[in-house]
Design a protein around this ligand. Structure first.
Ligand code: ATP
Ligand code: MG
Length: 305
C-alpha cells in the first residue's frame, strides 16, 4: 500500500495488507532483544484503513484499528479453551499502542474460513443463482437475512492483493490442503462460530457470519487462529431486536460503508474500473460510531479512542 508506515524501534516493516501492517524484529540490538524475548514473531498493526469491495477507501475511520485489535484480543480470550491463537504479547511500541499485538509467526493457510448462520451478501447471491452456497444445498424460500437451518462452512480462496476472494466448495479445500487439514479448519471454524454466536446472542447481537484465518505454528505444529477475529471487519453483526428477514439488516459493521458506496448518493459504479469516491465526513463518523458500538455491545465495556 502507499501509506507510510510509522518507524517502530526494533521492528522492520515487511508487509501491508488492505488493513493491517506487519513488522518483524529488525537487525538492530533492539530487534535481537525482541527475538530473544519472543521467538519468531510478527507485529500485527491494525490501521484505521477501511476497505470495501476490495478497494481501500479514504479517508480512514479514526480509532478503527484500536477497535479491531481490542475486540480481537477480547475474543481470543473468550475462545482460548477452544483453539490456540497467535497472540504473544500486547507490549508494543508507543506509536501503535492499543492497535498492535506481538504474534507468533504462522504459516497461514491460503483459505478464508467463512461460516454463515444467516444468509446475506455473497452467500445470498450464490443461493439465488443456484439454491446452494459453496455447493451446500439450502432449503427453498430463504430471503435476505434468513437464519439457516444450521451454520455452514463456506470457504473462500484467499486472493492476491487486488483480486476478489472466490467462494469454493469444501472439496476444493480438501484438494488444496488435504483431507485432514481441511476437516480441522472446518470443524474449528464451526466450533468458534457456535461459541461466538452464543456469546453475541447473550448481548442482543446476531453474529450473521464471520471469516477466520488459521495457520500452523511451526514451533508446536498446532493449527492456530491468526489475524483478527470476530470484528466488524470480518463479521456481520446485527441488532437482534431489529432482525427481520426479507430486507437488508441494520448492522454494527461496515455494511454501512458498502451500502453507501452502492447507493446513488455515492455516484460510484461498482462494475467500473474507477476508484470509489472519498467517504463523506458523516459516513466516516457514523461508521466509527458503529464500530465502537459493536465493541461496547459485545464486551459490555466502553472503549476510549
Ligand atoms: P492479504 O492477505 O491479501 O493482504 P488483507 O488485505 O486482508 O489480505 P490484512 O488483513 O490487511 O490483509 O493483513 C494481514 C495479513 O497478515 C494477512 O495476509 C494475514 O493472513 C496475515 N497474518 C495474520 N496473522 C499472521 C501471523 N500470525 N503470521 C503471519 N501472517 C499473519
Ligand atoms: Mg485480512
Amino acid at each position: 500500500m502507499t501509506d507510510t508506515t510509522p518507524a517502530l524501534p526494533g521492528w522492520r516493516h515487511v508487509y501491508s495488507g488492505k488493513v493491517r501492517d506487519l513488522y518483524e524484529p529488525d537487525a538492530t540490538a533492539a530487534g535481537a532483544a525482541l527475538r530473544e524475548r519472543h521467538g519468531d514473531v510478527v507485529l500485527v498493526v491494525a490501521t484505521d484503513r477501511v476497505s470495501a469491495y476490495d478497494h481501500v477507501l479514504s479517508p480512514g475511520i479514526p480509532g478503527k484499528g484500536v477497535v479491531l485489535t481490542q475486540l480481537s484480543l477480547w475474543w481470543f480470550a473468550q475462545l482460548a479453551d477452544l483453539v490456540p491463537n497467535h497472540v504473544v504479547s500486547t507490549d508494543v511500541p508507543e506509536a501503535v499502542a492499543g492497535r498492535a499485538m506481538v504474534c507468533r509467526r504462522l504459516e497461514m493457510y491460503p483459505v478464508e474460513c467463512v461460516v454463515r448462520g444467516y444468509l446475506t451478501g455473497s452467500g445470498l447471491v450464490e443461493y439465488r443463482a443456484s439454491g446452494q452456497v459453496t455447493g451446500i444445498p439450502l432449503p427453498a424460500g430463504l430471503e435476505d437475512g434468513s437464519r439457516l437451518p444450521e451454520p455452514v462452512f463456506t470457504p473462500a480462496t484467499k486472493a492476491v492483493v487486488g483480486e476478489h476472494d472466490e467462494n469454493v466448495p469444501f472439496a476444493v479445500v480438501v484438494e488444496q490442503l488435504g483431507e485432514d487439514a481441511a476437516t480441522t479448519l472446518r470443524d474449528l471454524t464451526l466450533a468458534v462460530y457456535a461459541r461466538a454466536e452464543a456469546v453475541a446472542r447473550g448481548r442482543g447481537v446476531i453474529l450473521a457470519d464471520t471469516k477466520l484465518e488459521f495457520g500452523v505454528d511451526p514451533t508446536t505444529g498446532a493449527v492456530t487462529l491468526g489475524d483478527e477475529v470476530l470484528t466488524p471487519d470480518s463479521s456481520r453483526f446485527w441488532p437482534a431486536d431489529a432482525w427481520q428477514p426479507g430486507r437488508a439488516q441494520p448492522s454494527f459493521d461496515k455494511q454501512f460503508v458498502r451500502d453507501w458506496l452502492t447507493s446513488s448518493a455515492s455516484g460510484w459504479d461498482r462494475a467500473s474500473d474507477t476508484p470509489p469516491p472519498p467517504l463523506p465526513a458523516d459516513v466516516v463518523e457514523r461508521t466509527r460510531a458503529r464500530y465502537l458500538e459493536a465493541y461496547e455491545r459485545l464486551t459490555g465495556d466502553a472503549l476510549t479512542v
